[in-house]
Design a protein around this ligand. Sequence first.
Ligand code: SF4
Length: 291
Amino acid sequence: MESNAVVQIVESRSVSSAGASDRIVFDLPLRTCDGVDTVSVAVADRPARLSDLVPTARTLADLAAAAAREHLGSTQTPVACRAGCDACCRYLVSLSVPEAFRIREEVFALPAEKRRMVLDGFITASQTVLNARGPVTSRPAESAEAPLERTDLLQELSDWYAALSLDCPMLDGSSCGMYDRRPLVCREHLVTHAPSQCADRDATDTGHAVTLSMSLAEVLAQWSAELEGTDPQAVILPLTLLWTQDNRRRGEQTWPAIHLVERLAAVLATAVERSAPEVRSGEKSEATEAA
Ligand code: SF4
């Protein structure tokens, strides 16, 4: 995590509190399959955008996914997902609003050659999606967002998208070209079947996807919706650059960083309260549906 980041994960609460007088330390609750944990973050007292908290959410998602991997690794059903496997990289990936703005910033911050490659991927993917005129994209670009509770529409959209067999715009060969900055649903999508079965969506539907104890993708969508006063929304990855261009004022809005982290802690606490204590393999999660 960047040293000047608005929110920094801290290893030791006491050391950080003493050493960072311009920062306030908060404990964020997180449910993993090992139980309820807390992750301490040091927050700068300055304005922040929704996208500034995405790295924190990624860290929490990675911790939950790592705990699930470790737990399932000790059973008969270890997680099959590995770096370099692109078996699920033609599924529809949906982003929370903060992630959409973050990924836009990260794409435009790439070195020139890599940026050109990723931008070409986005142009190809967005043109294909818009020309194919699917269940959502047959309407204008702003309709690329959809309330998350509309699961029928998401399922229809997901099936329609899979039929396009379209490479993810961030795919580089057979690896994720932005692996450290990949979306939360990619971090949370784990399967225990052979990678070859991922190409067969029916195999995933009948179940070898891992259901994590809680989903950071859903937490972030809920958190940003509360702050913006909207319904939870998802932006489909191929249309991210178009959507964020159309909604750039939302991406530039700031709040006091301390308020953002206090609200995130509250949404996480609610999610922990509602979460299942164990990780399960064999059912398809909502986050996987959206992906
Ligand atoms: S963002 Fe990366 S991991 Fe996720 S679908 Fe695209 S290429 Fe695959």
